[in-house]
Design a protein around this ligand. Sequence first.
Ligand code: GLA
Length: 383
Amino acid sequence: MYPENIITKFQEQFSKEASLVVRAPGRINLIGEHTDYNDGFVLPAAIDKAIYFAISPREDENCYVYAYDLKSSDTFSISTIQKSDKSWANYLIGVVDELQKSEQKIKGFDLVFGGDIPLGAGVSSSAAVETGLAFALNQLYDLGLETMQMVKIGKAAENNFVGVNCGIMDQFASMFGKKDAVIRLDCRSLEYQHFPLSLPNHTVILCNSGVKHSLGDSEYNTRRLECEEGLSILSGIYPNVKSFRDLTLTMVEEAKTSLSENVYKRCVYVVGEIDRVIVACEALERNDLATFGKKMYETHDGLQHNYAVSCEELDFLVDETREDDAVVGSRMMGGGFGGCSINIVEKSKAEAFLNRIKKAYQAKYQKDLVTYAVALTNGTEII
Ligand code: GLA
């Protein structure tokens, strides 16, 4: 059981007690997909699946790290930063690199980490590794970093070292999560607001397609480039447009002939999604789940047809819910190309829904559908 196994492994591995144990959660996102790097809004929350870190400082510059779930170890020095051939270690080395680039004084460390966030499932295990280490080193070496600075360090590690040009949502949610609350983040101003998600009769269920996405290998970076291209053309046409926030669908329509077909579709999706999050948040505030759910389906349709980041299995999972009155809303979640769908399901009908969708998935893909009912938790913290 986590985190006891991580703590025990640390003792075995290093013959001493860990000086600090940190929990860094994964995240869900209710709505607002691929909007974070487009100056839009997102609505994520930290969940009860996490990566745990047992860590101690060292007097020298060496880092001895052990990935519990992969049963794999690595060693590196903070004075000679270079890529490891173990891909998991690069998330850690990237954080060390970014801390040093921002002139934070650290030394080496002994670390065992691992947890129950499913890998490649779109629930941000990588962000949790980054934020968890940034948080732990901030504590160990008394760096005095603010939470948002640690978020930015985690994101920069992913962008610059791992090479995925992700936005800020995942690291933000992993750090700023709050029990039973979702967070509306304005990714342009970085202003945010927690609000309680009170769903007395509903539950949030993730259905894991089992298709492993790997954002690094995927079209994620291409989507970013397509958005940049779209914005640059549109701001040439409309001089007041500085970001996707300044655009309306009518403006995109009117400029259609200046955009390639793909870039046009990406822009339609992004502008629509920024608006959908605003409408969906208003609906949630008045407890209008029906409207919220409708917006989730619209998001899925946009991600499937215009943004082209879904996959057959995710489309199947969402389609299976469309006629089921137990399900308020469903859509693929996260970067895409695999991973989970997120579903808001009526509690009293959840069991029947799960039985049915698992059977349907098995019949269609001869695969067990793994599902998780998630609870919303605090962000990265010492335990
Ligand atoms: C991944 C990225 C995030 C965000 C989502 C899509 O999870 O890490 O920054 O762009 O995809 O919303």
